[in-house]
Ligand binder design. Structure first.
Ligand code: PMP
Length: 385
């Protein structure tokens, strides 16, 4: 059997387990209403929490940015791919989240896979919440430090691991809002442990930036945490409606990341027009209290209308999962909803633990109450049979 023919069996195994992933194609977008695979549907999959992704101000900023800068950055940041637009975005982002400095990366995946290795290495230890995003796990593995994963949100277990550790340098790694459960990490307690055990604390606020905290300034501002040992990661492809990500913190550590983070150094800079668009997005986020109030109202409405409380997870964020359990059952439910014009992703292992396949509903200020009511009614109807 030739090497490529081994994939036949691999695909057959994926299919048998109901785990083959597929992608759908959007051919039209009007806010949360899309045409997907030639069918009109309301999109409950996107992380566009504030409904900014097709905002005219972002489109205008992108056009103006393209006219001023053209398209590509042409090189990596440390060669000749760094423009004043990137500088402006970094200053604006740092200031917005209450940090001294920020470094713009091309994606959140690249921030997360790149920064642990800049801070710790062989012989050191990384302590990570078991439900952290895959990109943080990859970053921890790339650092070659020992990776200790603590049970989800279990501060006591983490405390014990830290107390037992003899590693010279320690790093605690956590999502702020967990991407598949929607719950929020106990950040004040994690920060207290970081202080007590002299560890770095890296907070991935991919799903909190723009949503949590005053004016959407994110998880650190929400809890009033600020320290040279804390690094804040925000992604810009979700609530900000653009693309990209940044890490923010104390001036010195951010300067160090510029020297050492391989996923910053060895890649082409994001197009400067993206940086221009990011600046416009921060203004919209800052002025977005009404949008945040609209999402909060939709979150309350959905959870009060869903009739299977045992299937809901303890989430107060726009990520509202509905537990199904079985992979095939989750896929079937998602397919039925899509037939009714309600597009919700079925999330299966390995993204979530085996036996916890779920619908992952993402709410957005782009949704209307009528759309959320229709979704709740449809889920209630399908789960009743
Ligand atoms: N962190 C978390 C918690 C995420 O959910 C994601 C994206 N799904 C990322 C990081 C990666 O960000 P990006 O999409 O910008 O690569």
């Amino acid at each position: 059997m030739a090497i490529w023919e081994t994939l036949d069996a691999e695909f057959a195994a994926l299919d048998a387990a109901g785990l083959r992933r597929r992608r759908r194609t959007i051919s039209e977008r009007h806010g949360a209403e899309v045409v997907v695979d030639d069918r009109r549907a309301v999109n409950f999959c996107a992380n566009d929490y504030l409904g900014l992704a097709d905002h005219p101000a972002l489109v205008d900023a992108a056009i103006a940015g393209a006219q001023r800068w053209g398209m590509g950055a042409g090189a990596s940041h440390l060669v000749s791919g760094h423009f004043s637009a990137h500088d402006a975005a970094e200053r604006k982002l740092a200031n917005f989240v209450g940090c001294d400095a920020a470094l713009l990366f091309s994606t959140g995946y690249m921030v997360n896979s790149g920064i642990a290795a800049a801070l710790v290495g062989r012989g050191d230890a990384v302590f990570a919440d078991r439900l952290n995003h895959a990109s943080l796990v990859d970053g921890a593995l790339l650092s070659r430090a020992e990776l200790r994963r603590y049970p989800h949100g279990d501060v006591a277990a983490l405390e014990q691991m830290l107390a037992e550790s003899t590693a010279p340098r320690k790093l605690i790694l956590t999502d702020s809002v967990f991407s598949m459960d929607g719950d929020i990490a106990p950040l004040p307690a994690l920060f207290e442990l970081a202080e007590r055990f002299d560890a770095w604390l890296v907070v991935d606020d991919a799903h909190g930036f723009g949503v949590l905290g005053p004016q959407g300034r994110g998880a650190l501002q929400h809890y009033g945490i600020r320290s040279p040992r804390v690094l804040y990661i925000g992604t810009l492809g979700k609530a900000a409606g653009v693309y990209g990500a940044f890490v923010a913190g104390d001036t010195q550590v951010v300067a160090w990341l510029m020297q050492k983070a391989r996923t910053y150094i060895f890649t082409t800079g994001a197009p400067p027009l993206v940086a221009e668009t990011i600046c416009a997005a921060v203004d919209l986020i800052e002025a977005g209290d009404e949008r945040r109030a609209q999402v909060a109202q939709l979150i309350a409405r959905l959870s009060s209308q869903l009739r299977h409380p045992e299937r809901l997870m303890a989430s107060t964020t726009p990520i509202q999962p509905v537990l199904v359990g079985d992979n095939e059952a989750a896929l079937t439910l998602a397919a039925r909803l899509l037939e009714e014009g309600l597009w919700v992703p079925a999330i299966r292992p390995p993204t979530v633990p085996a036996g916890t396949a779920r619908l992952r509903i993402s709410l957005s200020a782009a949704h209307t109450t009528a759309q959320v009511d229709a979704l709740a009614a449809a889920i209630n109807r399908h789960l009743a049979v």
